[in-house]
Design a protein around this ligand. Structure first.
Ligand code: SF4
Length: 433
């Protein structure tokens, strides 16, 4: 392919998809291929799709249709679709969208690069062109998932759990550090079983300590499944200054009947015991979780049980989703989607209202505190920042007065918190020492 042709890659979905897109662009650029951020300027459009839940699928389809229209009109020379939706529905999409030149799955980097006239070098697969701001990055430590959660089709889209070798991740991390990355967010569909498929041992803590030794400012753990979670990482968090006292652990529900139907492999008692022992081992930890409401058969009583648990346990960060009845999942094949959509939305509203109050009370406790923050953006006299207790893109924002100081994006500064609300902290950047 002529290298003067410009390529636009639209990366949809989650951070795992973003890493795939970054790897594709990183490898292609090594062979002189040119990428543009403007789809209107592109000769070739690549869409990295998401297939998790209905809304995400619809967004992917809408983007494909928009590009297909341009392809039909000859405004672009080629249209390629990759990623989760394509992995799951390639045959249907191919039949309905002849304008798309090629469909790829989630593990076809080499084929896509070949089609673009580039070559895939597995030795260089860790060379990425970051889609995130330069001061933070995702480190995808494993691909796929071997769990069987009833509501989830990800194992069908991304295959069985495959850990990246520790040495490869350390090399990738040191490359990212040389690029100026200060915050490394460890991600996978599930980080808890990391390493077990390598040599039968849980290796997450080993990896975390070695990454901590590389001297990143912040290391963060996201997407930890409660079952087989390696508790020793909580000790490392407490011991190591540069490992954020933060853990994202989706529990999805707390009712035994629902957790069993979801095939989570862990029940109410063990979930609570785990969460409490995490807090005991590291009292400064901030816990984020995700809940699903309106799961097939969820009674008002079971929802009340979830409300009571959230009220009592008081998570620091919580996201809640209405159950989405997805094809290619065991719940779709065996259960009816019997909780009405309005009732699902009402349960989301009720649970998030409760969490809003909890978050407000917790943030109020930070008023008067001085915290280390990472500056994400500066707009006039205001700096938009995050504390170590806030992951990129999902958690609380810290809005700080710069006081006329020269404050730069990607800087770490100390901040005095003066005021707060449910999802924001307000205050001022302290003078640089
Ligand atoms: S852990 Fe469960 S919800 Fe998460 S990707 Fe695996 S199957 Fe899906």
């Amino acid at each position: 392919m002529r290298t003067d042709r410009s390529i636009f890659l639209l990366s949809l979905g989650c951070s795992k998809n973003t890493v795939d897109s970054e790897r594709l662009v990183g490898q292609a650029r090594r062979h002189g291929l040119r990428f543009t951020d403007e789809s209107a300027e592109a000769d070739i459009v690549i869409i990295n799709t998401c297939g998790f839940i209905a809304d995400a699928k619809q967004e992917s389809i809408d983007e494909i249709l928009t590009a297909a229209d341009k392809r039909r009109k000859g405004e672009i020379g080629a249209l390629y679709v990759m990623g989760c939706l394509s992995a799951l529905y390639a045959a249907e999409l191919r039949a309905e969208l002849p304008e798309v030149d090629r469909f790829f799955g989630t593990a076809d980097l080499a084929e896509i690069l070949e089609l673009l006239g580039s070559t895939y070098d597995p030795e260089k697969r860790h060379e990425r062109s970051l889609f995130t701001p330069p001061h933070y990055a995702w480190l995808k430590i494993a691909e796929g998932c071997s769990r069987t959660c009833s509501f989830c089709a990800i194992p069908k889209m991304r295959g069985r759990y495959t850990s990246e070798p520790v040495e490869d991740l350390l090399r990738e991390a040191s490359m990212l550090k040389k690029k100026g990355v200060k915050e490394l967010n460890l991600i996978a569909q599930d980080i808890s079983p990391y390493g077990r498929d390598l040599d039968g041992r849980p290796r997450l803590n080993d990896l975390l300590r070695k990454l901590s030794d590389q001297g990143f400012d912040w290391l963060r753990l996201l997407y930890a499944y409660p079952l087989d979670f390696p508790l020793d990482v909580v000790d490392t968090m407490r011991e190591r200054e540069n490992v954020c006292n933060y853990l994202d652990m989706p529990v999805q529900h707390i009712g035994d009947r629902i957790l069993a139907s979801m095939k989570r492999g862990i029940g109410r008692r063990d979930t609570i015991r785990l969460l409490e022992s995490i807090r005991e081992r590291n009292p400064d930890i901030r816990l984020r979780t995700t809940m699903i409401v309106g799961y097939p058969g969820e009674t008002r009583g079971e929802f009340e049980e979830l409300l009571e648990f959230v009220r009592d346990f008081r998570f620091d960060r919580l996201g809640c989703f209405p159950y989405s009845h997805e094809e290619h999942t065991s719940a779709y094949e065996t259960l009816g989607d019997d909780v009405p959509e309005v009732e699902k939305q009402e349960r989301v509203r009720e649970l998030m209202k409760l969490q809003e109050g909890i978050s407000e009370e917790k943030n109020r406790l930070l008023e008067g505190e001085t915290l280390k923050v990472l500056v994400e953006e500066v707009d006039g006299s205001l700096a938009y920042c995050r504390t170590e207790y806030d992951a990129p893109e999902v958690d609380n924002e810290c809005i700080l007065d710069t006081g006329g100081q020269n404050v730069g994006t990607g800087e770490f500064r100390m901040a005095r918190i003066g005021d707060s609300s449910a999802y924001e902290l307000h205050g001022a950047i302290e003078p640089a020492s």
